[in-house]
Write a protein that binds this ligand. Structure first.
Ligand SMILES: Nc1ncnc2c1ncn2[C@@H]1O[C@H](COP(=O)(O)OP(=O)(O)OP(=O)(O)O)[C@@H](O)[C@H]1O
Ligand SMILES: [Mg+2]
Length: 635
């Protein structure tokens, strides 16, 4: 595993902000942007050359598509930054002109014109520079916001469109990192990294040009100073890259450990893992502290190094220039301007050295985001969708084979005909393939071979809207979204009236407990007092399915959290509600079987028994044994 997989290497905040909140720039630089990812080796970076070329191409394509709509704004922004930087750099040269030209003219000839001109131009460049600087800040912020908005939206819409297969393999932690720390590192690059690089580069180039054109020999001094500057910066880049990465890895470890402990608190306390956690966590925290202190040491060398080079250069320029002023080959104003330029030249150096770090983490983030965006749904929408407004509900598996991955076939050869309106109980041992069958039936996956059809229409051709209306699956998960109880039930039919919602709740026996909640149907399920139990959640998700009124209803362990009376109540409700629709009920509790027209026993991806409950119970097969054992357990 490599630690480079960690995103969130964020550039420093601008120094002035850092000072505002009382932290040094170095403090701000570390301890930011960690993510729990990478620590478990989910992503790797030991790519081959071809692979990294492909990744870079992918990132560039994404970048191009993001920037293209903004290109004219970028041109305007470039003009603004060039002019504003030129205005800022003009200051010392104007001072030189003031001292060397305007002042003598004023003193010897009482000529005010040059002095007024210099002062006027100085003020004008100051004002224009400041106004354009403000413009630049606003423009660049708008552009970066537009890019981020676009990217965030695309990422969300695309991830939502991807099939279940993607979400079952790409863990939620990783997808959260894409939306948070990855977007953050791109934001940091756009908001400060690139601005600092562009402004810094222009500033340095303009300053150098101004300095050389005022006094070429001083340019030589500056050129000599560039040698240690470049060496120091390079040294800093190489070391900082390694050290920053170490801080991210160690801080991600701390977070992973923390999150795991907190989410698994019940297991931690039940198995008395506290003492071991204490030792482990202390180790992680110590590792993080060590990594951070190395970063401080690095800045402790780099920052004074920059100051030293700057001061030495200034001293050399002044000394060298001073001799020439005495010798009469350099004017005093020019010396002052050259000294100012030499001093200012080094101002952007630190920010530019940091750019590399922020660039690297942003490009890693962009690579990962573009990877998600280029993912195609494994269950694509049909090109020519077939409408099926009113499905009857006949489902067929026609010579179906299915495998999640090439090496493990879950359903080797599957044929099944479910006539419209039939209620099927699907039983079988753990891992037999029952949920897989349900996922194929509701087209969360497509079969590897053969076809699943609804009323003789291949599910792959069915209009997605009709598919989702006709076939509804209720699982054990029973997810509730934040919002009221009524909203959650109405998810199955967004335009449902309060009467319809109540009727659905009554039908599944949820009405009583809903009325007992603080605000009845308007209770917010995310708030205290609105918290419902696992069984109540299942009842609500039942109500949600019934209000959707599908032709085919699949219940995968949907009653597993209910107590026996509630389950019985749901079953009574089911009997009437399933009368005119196709239903597949997967349950380990055999009580469900009573209401089924037909029982399928599945083992290792095959149907091993198929018949009416009465026939199977009367026989000697697997189901008869299961049923006998179950009946014995009841007495
Ligand atoms: N997303 C997946 N990726 C890869 N393999 C999977 C996936 N889901 C299930 N499997 C495998 O497919 C087989 C059948 O799983 P399935 O969930 O259909 O069993 P099941 O009959 O529903 O079991 P249970 O009664 O425990 O719910 C198992 O061997 C399982 O390991
Ligand atoms: Mg299952």
């Amino acid at each position: 595993m490599s630690d480079q997989a960690l995103p969130g290497d964020r550039p420093d905040a601008p120094a002035e902000h850092a000072e505002l909140d009382g932290r040094t720039p170095a403090q701000k630089r570390i301890g930011q942007g960690s993510s729990t990812e990478g620590v478990r080796g989910e992503e790797r970076d030991d790519f081959t050359a071809a692979e990294s070329k492909r990744l870079r191409g992918r990132s560039l394509r994404l970048l191009g598509s993001l920037v293209r709509p903004l290109r004219w704004r970028l041109v305007v922004m470039a003009l603004v930054v060039v002019v504003s930087t030129a205005c800022q750099v003009a200051g010392p040269a104007l001072i030189a002109a003031g001292i060397d030209r305007a002042l003598p003219a004023l003193m010897s000839e009482q000529d005010w014109a040059p002095a007024l001109l210099v002062v006027g131009v100085y003020l004008a460049t100051g004002v224009v520079g400041a106004v354009l600087m403000a413009q630049y800040t606003v423009l660049s912020a708008r552009i970066s916001q537009a890019i981020l908005f676009d990217l965030r939206k695309r990422l969300f819409l695309h991830t939502q469109r991807l099939s279940l297969e993607f979400h079952e393999t790409y863990t939620s932690g990783r997808i959260i990192s894409r939306q948070t720390s990855d977007l953050d590192s791109i934001r940091e690059l756009l908001d400060s990294g690139i601005n600092q690089l562009v402004q810094g580069l222009l500033y340095m180039v303009f300053t150098a040009v101004a300095l050389v054109s005022l006094d070429a020999p001083s340019g030589l001094v500056l050129a000599v100073a560039l040698v240690p500057l470049v060496a120091l910066t390079r040294w800093f880049q190489v070391r900082s890259q390694r050290l920053f990465r170490a801080t991210r890895v160690t801080s991600a470890r701390v977070i992973v450990h923390f999150v795991e402990t907190m989410t698994g608190m019940r297991a931690v306390q039940a198995f008395r893992k506290e003492a071991r956690n204490e030792v482990e966590y202390a180790g992680e925290v110590e590792g993080n502290r060590g990594a951070n202190s190395k970063v401080f040491t690095l800045f402790g060398t780099f920052d004074p190094g920059l100051v030293l080079i700057g001061n030495a250069t200034l001293a050399a320029v002044v000394l060298f220039g001073g001799f020439r002023v005495i010798g009469g080959t350099l004017e005093i104003g020019a010396l002052l301007a050259v000294a100012l330029y030499a001093k200012r030249f080094f101002d952007p150096a630190e920010e530019m050295a940091m750019f590399y770090n922020s660039y690297q983490s942003a490009s890693a983030a962009l690579e990962k985001i573009s990877g998600v965006l280029e993912e195609q749904p494994s269950v694509p929408d049909p090109v020519r969708p077939v409408d099926l407004r009113h499905a009857r509900g006949a489902v067929d598996f026609d010579d179906v084979e299915f495998a999640y991955s090439a090496d493990a076939v879950v359903l080797p050869q599957f044929d099944l005909h479910v006539p419209a309106g039939q209620t099927i109980a699907l039983v079988g041992s753990t891992g037999a393939g029952k949920s897989t069958l349900a996922k194929l039936m509701s087209r969360f996956y497509d079969p590897t071979r053969g076809a699943v059809t609804l009323d003789d229409v291949d599910l792959r051709d069915l209009h997605p809207k009709d598919l989702r209306r006709a076939i509804v699956m209720v699982t054990q998960e029973a997810y509730l979204f934040s919002g009221s109880v009524a909203d959650n039930i109405a998810l199955g039919k967004p335009d449902a009236t309060r009467q319809e919602i109540e009727r659905a709740a009554r039908a599944v026996g949820a009405h009583e407990f809903v009325m007992a909640l603080p605000d009845g149907y308007d209770t917010d399920v995310a708030k205290r007092g609105g918290r419902v139990s696992a069984g109540q959640r299942q009842l609500l998700s039942f109500a949600r399915a019934f209000i959707a009124d599908p032709a085919v209803l699949i219940l995968d362990e949907a009653t597993a959290s209910l107590d026996i009376p509630s389950e019985r109540m749901v079953q009574e409700a089911l009997q009437t509600l399933l009368a005119d629709r196709t239903a597949v009920i997967i349950a380990h509790r055999l009580s469900t079987v009573a209401i089924a027209d037909r029982v399928l026993v599945m083992e290792h991806g095959r149907v091993v028994e198929d018949g009416t409950p009465a026939d199977l119970i009367a026989g000697t097969g697997r189901f008869a044994q299961l049923h006998a054992a179950w009946r014995d357990s009841l007495v």
